[in-house]
Design a protein around this ligand. Structure first.
Ligand SMILES: *Cc1c(COP(=O)(O)O)cnc(C)c1O
Length: 376
C-alpha cells in the first residue's frame, strides 16, 4: 500500500489535486462501451455536462488530453486561413498544431503576460476582410495567468460573417464564468485535469451548429477528431471509440460534486482564492521591499492560476524546490518565463484554507532565500 496522501498540498496549474472519492470511483468494473450500461452512464451525465458548459448543445467527451480537441478545432474549423491569438505557450500551441497539420495560420501576438483586446482583434480582422475564417484564443492562458476577455472577443468575431471562434477553456471551464450559448461561441474545449480536478485523460468540448456546418465542408478533417462523428455519437449517448471508461466514472462523481457546490459558487471560490493570492503578492512586496508582482495586469487576471514575477536573484525553480522540501508542490514559470516566475494553481477543489497553508510556506521559503542571496 502507498502512504496516505496529505490533501491540500498540490498546487500545480494542472494536473490538479484529485479528491479521494473521485479516485475511488474508478475501481468500478469495466463495461462494454456499446451496451446499455455505457448509454446510461452517458445519458445520466448529459444535463450536468451541458450545465457545466452553459449550453443546450451536446458535450463531447474524448479519450485524449485537451490538446486532442485543440487539434480538432484546427482540422475541422478552417477551410481558408486562421488567426491564432498568441500571448503565451498555449496560444502558441494552436499555431503550432496548424503548422504540423498543414493548415494556413497567422499569429496575432500579444506580449506574454498581456491580454488580447477586442480592439486588436477588430483591427486584425478589418485589415483584410475575408482573409480569415477562424480565430483561436486561450481563455485562461496557463503559462502567464492572463484571462482573455472572451465574451468581447467573440462579439468582435460575430461582426464578421463566416469567421468562427474556437476557445481553449482548459483552465477556465469549471473555474471561471464561461458561457458557450450566451457568448455565442463556436468551439469550447477543456481537459479533465485542470479546473475540473479530475485525473488526466479526458477532453471535453462543445461545438456550435455553425462549427458543424464548417466541418462538413472539410473532407480531410481528421479521423479520430472528426467533430461530425462526435456529434453523431453524442446524440445516441455513445462515444466515438473505446473510451477510458474508468475516467468516465470519475467524471460522473465530479459532476455530482459540482452540482452540489453549485457552479457559480465554484467560480466564486476560485475568485476568492485568486484575490487572496494577489493580496499576498502585494503584501510580500511591501514586507520585503522587493519587486514581487502579479504578471497579468489588473482586470485580466485568471481566477485559476497566478504567475508571480520574481525579483532578480530569486529563481522560479529555486523557490519550487524549497517548497517541495516542505511537502508543497507548485510550478516554476512556463517556457521562457521559467526562471523569472512561479505559478500557483489555485484551481479545482482547493479551499481558501489550503491556499493559506501554501502561502505561508512560500513566505518561509522566500524569507530564507532572501537572507541567503543578494536580491535586487
Ligand atoms: C494544460 C493546458 C493545455 C493542454 O492540455 P493537455 O491536456 O496537456 O493536452 C491546453 N491549454 C491550456 C490553457 C492548458 O492549461
Amino acid at each position: 500500500m502507498t502512504a496516505p496522501i496529505d490533501y491540500g498540498r498540490f498546487f500545480l496549474p494542472g494536473p490538479t489535486e484529485v479528491r479521494p472519492e473521485i479516485l475511488e470511483a474508478m475501481v468500478r468494473p469495466i463495461i462494454g462501451h456499446r451496451g446499455k450500461d455505457m448509454e446510461e452512464l452517458l445519458s445520466g451525465m448529459d444535463v450536468a455536462l451541458r450545465a457545466l458548459f452553459r449550453t443546450d448543445r451536446p458535450v463531447y467527451v474524448s479519450t485524449s488530453s485537451a490538446t486532442g480537441f485543440m487539434e480538432a478545432a484546427i482540422t475541422n474549423l478552417s477551410r481558408r486561413r486562421m488567426l491564432c491569438l498568441v500571448g503565451g505557450a498555449f496560444g502558441a500551441r494552436f499555431h503550432k498544431i496548424a503548422d504540423m497539420c498543414g493548415r494556413p495560420a497567422d499569429v496575432l501576438a500579444a506580449e506574454w503576460g498581456t491580454p488580447h483586446t477586442p480592439e486588436m482583434l477588430g483591427e486584425a480582422l478589418m485589415a483584410e476582410p475575408g482573409k480569415y475564417d477562424l480565430v483561436t484564443v486561450v481563455h485562461s492562458e496557463t503559462s502567464t495567468g492572463v484571462l482573455n476577455p472572451v465574451a468581447e472577443l467573440a462579439a468582435v468575431v460575430r461582426d464578421h460573417e463566416d469567421v468562427l471562434i474556437a476557445v481553449d477553456g482548459v483552465t477556465s471551464v469549471g473555474g471561471v464564468r464561461v458561457e458557450f450559448d450566451d457568448w455565442d461561441l463556436d468551439f469550447l474545449l477543456t481537459g479533465s485535469q485542470k479546473a475540473l480536478a479530475l485525473p488526466p485523460g479526458l477532453a471535453l468540448a462543445v461545438a456550435s451548429e455553425r462549427a458543424l456546418e464548417r466541418a462538413g465542408q472539410i473532407p480531410a478533417r481528421s479521423y479520430y477528431f472528426d467533430l461530425l462523428e462526435f456529434e453523431r455519437r453524442a446524440g445516441g449517448f455513445q462515444t466515438t471509440n473505446t473510451p477510458a471508461v474508468s475516467l468516465f466514472y470519475a467524471l460522473e462523481v465530479q459532476l455530482e460534486r459540482i452540482r452540489e457546490e453549485g457552479l457559480e459558487n465554484r467560480w466564486d471560490r476560485h475568485s476568492r482564492m485568486a484575490e487572496r493570492t494577489w493580496d499576498w503578492v502585494a503584501d510580500l512586496a511591501d514586507r520585503t521591499g522587493k519587486p514581487f508582482s502579479v504578471l497579468a495586469p489588473e482586470g485580466y487576471r485568471s481566477p485559476t492560476v497566478t504567475s508571480i514575477s520574481l525579483p532578480a536573484g530569486l529563481s522560479g525553480p529555486g523557490i519550487v524546490g524549497a517548497a517541495v522540501e516542505r511537502g508543497y508542490t507548485l510550478a516554476a514559470g512556463y517556457g521562457k518565463l521559467k526562471p523569472s516566475t512561479i505559478r500557483i494553481g489555485h484551481m479545482g477543489d482547493h479551499t481558501l484554507a489550503e491556499l493559506e497553508a501554501i502561502l505561508s510556506v512560500l513566505d518561509e521559503v522566500i524569507d530564507e532565500l532572501l537572507t541567503q542571496r543578494d536580491v535586487i
